[in-house]
Design a protein around this ligand. Structure first.
Ligand code: AHR
Length: 625
C-alpha cells in the first residue's frame, strides 16, 4: 500500500477536548470508591434492615431510633444500650466490602452522639482485622443529652484490606450515635472527608479534557422518585438525602442490594474535582424521564417546568455571582469563584418522540437564557446504528449543538467503525461519543473482560475519532471504574479494591490518545492494490450482540452484522441470533443503494436480484429469534 500525505495544505483542525472522562456511581464508584469514607450507611438511613451494622456481644442491645434526631432531614440514628456494669459488647460496621487501612496512616473517627439521662458514657473505638486482631483502639466519652461531635484518631499497627470498625460500650446506660465516620486524613488535596487519592490520581494522569457526571442511568433513576436531583446533593452532608442506587436492581450484571447513594460526593464535589483535574465540567440533568430500560416513567409535558427550573438553577449554582440565590450556595460551600460551566447534557440515554419533545422545551428556555452554555442531547441507546439514523433528522431540526452517542459493542464493531464518522454531515450537530467500550463477549455479560484486543479495538476506533476531530468534539470511555468485589458491569477503565487500584489496557489506550492526539489533519490518500476484504452486506438487528450464522460460519458483531454478500446465494437461510438481555424489537435493516435504510419487522426474506432474503429462526434461550 502507498500512503500519500499532503503536508502543506488542507485538512481540518482537531477538537482540543477530544478525550475526557465519564463518571457514574456504578460499581461502587462513589460510596466505597472515590469517597474516602469507610463507614457504610453512616447516617443510618438505610434502616430496614440496618445495612452494614452488626451487633456484637450479648450484653448490649442495638436498635434504630428516630425520636429527636439531629435534624429532621436525617431522622434515623443508632441506639446502644446495656444494663451491665462492665459491658463488653457494642456494634461493628463492615464498610464497603471491608475497610482498607494502612500501617501508620491516620484514620479519623467522628460521630454525633449523646448519652441519655446525661450520664457520661465511655466508648471504645477499634479497628479490627479480618481475623479479629485489634489494629488500633482509642476511647471517647459522650457526656450529655444534647447531640455533640466526638472525634478521635486511629493509627493501625499494620495494613489490612478487610478491617472493621467496632464501637464498644464501656459504661452502663444508653448511647445514641449518628453520622458515624472513619476517613483517612491523607485524601486527595488533603481535604477533610475528601476523595481517595490513588483513584483521583489515576484519573488526573489521563488529563481528561472534560469531566461528565453524575451518570449514566442514575441520572434517570429506575423511577422518577429515584432520579438524580442535584439540589439534594449539595450543602451540609447531614442534609443530603440518601436514595437507592439505580444499579441496586435486576438490570445489573450482579445486583447489589446494599447499593445506595449517600451523596457524600455531590454536585459541589464533582465541580470541584473537574476543576482540580483541569477538565471542563459537564453535568447531565434529568429531562423528565426515568430510565427507559426500567419503568420509562414520564413527567407530563405540562409538569416539566420544575425540571427546567432545576437546570436553570444549576447553571446559576455553577456560574452565578455570589449575590444570586444559587451562586451564594456555592460560595457558602467554599467556592465563591464561578466554576465556568459551558456544557450541559439534557437527559442521559433517552430516545423516542417523548425525549425530543422534552429536549425541545428545555432548549427553548436554556438557550435563550444562557446562550453560552452548549447543550448536549442524547441519541438513544447503543448501538449507534439504526435508532440513531432515525433520530438524526430530528436532531438536525432541533438544531442540537452536540449529540451524545453511546456504543457498547464487540471489538470487531469498533475496528470496523474506525471509519464511522468519515461521512457524517459536517453541517449537522457535533458529536460527543459519550459512552463507549469494547465488550469482549457481549453487552451486559458478566463474562466480559478488559482484554488487550478490546483496548486495541478502541484504539482503532479512536483513530477515526481523531481523524474526524472536526465533527467529533469529545469522547469518553465508560464506565470509569469498578470495585473488584462490588461491580455490576464490566469491562471498566479502572479497577480497585480497598487498598489498591490500577488501569486496564483500555486505560492505556485512553492515555495514549488523550496525551498525544494531533491538532490538525492533513489530506491523506492510501492506495491499496490488494483485493478488498470489506464486508458488503449489513443486517441491523437492533441489538448490540447480534450474530448471523450462515452455513456454519458465524458472523458476530455489535448491533449490525456485516458479511460478504457475494458469498450468499439466492434462497440461502441465515440464522439471526439476538443474545441481548434488553427487550429490543427484532427488526431487519437493509442498506439500500442510496445509502438509506429500509426497515421491516422480522419475518421471511429472500435474497434475489440484490435483495436480501432472510428466514428468521428461533434461537434457543436468551430471547433470540
Ligand atoms: O455505563 C453503564 C451504563 O450504560 C450507563 O449508565 C448508561 O448510560 C448506559 O446504558
Amino acid at each position: 500500500a502507498t500512503v500519500r500525505v499532503d503536508c502543506r495544505d488542507g485538512g481540518h483542525s482537531i477538537s482540543d477536548r477530544l478525550v475526557g472522562a465519564f463518571f457514574e456511581d456504578i460499581n461502587f464508584g462513589a460510596d466505597g470508591g472515590f469517597s474516602a469514607e469507610q463507614v457504610i450507611n453512616r447516617s443510618l438511613e438505610i434502616s430496614r434492615p440496618l445495612v452494614g451494622w452488626m451487633k456484637i456481644g450479648a450484653d448490649v442491645s442495638m436498635t434504630a431510633e428516630n425520636e429527636s434526631p439531629i435534624k429532621a432531614a436525617n431522622p434515623t440514628f443508632l441506639r446502644l444500650a446495656t444494663e451491665s456494669e462492665s459491658p463488653t459488647g457494642g456494634v461493628e460496621n463492615r464498610g464497603f466490602r471491608g475497610m482498607g487501612v494502612r500501617d501508620g496512616e491516620t484514620y479519623r473517627f467522628t460521630a454525633q452522639g449523646r448519652s441519655t439521662a446525661g450520664a457520661k458514657m465511655k466508648l471504645a473505638v477499634r479497628l479490627v482485622a479480618e481475623n479479629d486482631e485489634v489494629l488500633a483502639e482509642q476511647f471517647v466519652t459522650l457526656g450529655g443529652s444534647a447531640w455533640h461531635t466526638t472525634e478521635v484518631d486511629l493509627v493501625p499497627k499494620r495494613t489490612e484490606s478487610k478491617a472493621r470498625l467496632q464501637l464498644l460500650l464501656r459504661s452502663k446506660g444508653i448511647v445514641d450515635l449518628d453520622l458515624i465516620s472513619l476517613c483517612t486524613t491523607d485524601t486527595w488535596m488533603g481535604r477533610p472527608h475528601g476523595l481517595r487519592k490513588d483513584l483521583v490520581q489515576l484519573l488526573a494522569d489521563m488529563k481528561p479534557a472534560f469531566f461528565r457526571f453524575p451518570g449514566g442511568c442514575i441520572v434517570e433513576g429506575s423511577q422518577l422518585k429515584y432520579r438524580y436531583q442535584w439540589k439534594t446533593t449539595i450543602g451540609p452532608r447531614d442534609e443530603r438525602r440518601l436514595i437507592v442506587n439505580r444499579w441496586n436492581n435486576e438490570f445489573a450484571h450482579r445486583p447489589t442490594p446494599d447499593y445506595y447513594q449517600s451523596f457524600e460526593i455531590g454536585f459541589f464535589e464533582y465541580f470541584q474535582l473537574a476543576e482540580d483535574l483541569g477538565a471542563e465540567p459537564m453535568p447531565i440533568i434529568n429531562c423528565g424521564m426515568a430510565c427507559q430500560f426500567n419503568s420509562g416513567e414520564l413527567v407530563p409535558l405540562e409538569e416539566l417546568e420544575p425540571y427546567i427550573q432545576d437546570a436553570l438553577d444549576l447553571i446559576e449554582f455553577a456560574n452565578g455571582p455570589i449575590e444570586s440565590e444559587w451562586g451564594s450556595r456555592r460560595a457558602a460551600m467554599g467556592h465563591p469563584e464561578p466554576f465556568g460551566m459551558r456544557l450541559l447534557g439534557v437527559g442521559n440515554e433517552q430516545w423516542g418522540p417523548e425525549y425530543f419533545e422534552r429536549y425541545r422545551r428545555f432548549a427553548e428556555v436554556l438557550q435563550s437564557r444562557y446562550p453560552d452554555v452548549e447543550l448536549i442531547s442524547t441519541s438513544g441507546p447503543f448501538p449507534a446504528g439504526e435508532r440513531f439514523d432515525f433520530a438524526w433528522p430530528l436532531l438536525r431540526n432541533l438544531k442540537v449543538p452536540i449529540v451524545d452517542e453511546h456504543c457498547y459493542a464487540t471489538p470487531d464493531w469498533f475496528m470496523r467503525e474506525a471509519t464511522r464518522y468519515d461521512h457524517y454531515d459536517r453541517k449537522g450537530p457535533r458529536i460527543f461519543m459519550g459512552e463507549y467500550a469494547s465488550q469482549s463477549v457481549q453487552l451486559v455479560c458478566p463474562q466480559n473482560r478488559n482484554t488487550l484486543r478490546c483496548a486495541l479495538a478502541e484504539a482503532a476506533f479512536l483513530t477515526g475519532i481523531e481523524r474526524n476531530g472536526d465533527i467529533v468534539d469529545m469522547s469518553a470511555y465508560a464506565p470509569l471504574m469498578a470495585h473488584e468485589e462490588a461491580w455490576q458491569w464490566r469491562p471498566n477503565l479502572l479497577w480497585f479494591d480497598n487498598l489498591t487500584s490500577y488501569g486496564s489496557p483500555s486505560y492505556y489506550t485512553q492515555l495514549l490518545f488523550s496525551h498525544h492526539h494531533g491538532d490538525q489533519t492533513r489530506p491523506t490518500t492510501v492506495t491499496d492494490t490488494r483485493p478488498s476484504r470489506q464486508p458488503r452486506g449489513r443486517i441491523g438487528v437492533g441489538s448490540t450482540d447480534a450474530s448471523v450464522e450462515y452455513k456454519g460460519i458465524k458472523f458476530e458483531s455489535g448491533g449490525d452484522v456485516l458479511f460478504d454478500q457475494r458469498d450468499i446465494k439466492d434462497d440461502d437461510v441465515l440464522k439471526v441470533g439476538i443474545g441481548s438481555r434488553w427487550n429490543v424489537t427484532p427488526e431487519v435493516t437493509r442498506q439500500t443503494s442510496r445509502g438509506g435504510y429500509t426497515r421491516a419487522m422480522m419475518g421471511d426474506y429472500r435474497w434475489s436480484d440484490g435483495t436480501l432474503t432472510l428466514q428468521a429462526r428461533k434461537v434457543a434461550g436468551r430471547g433470540g429469534l
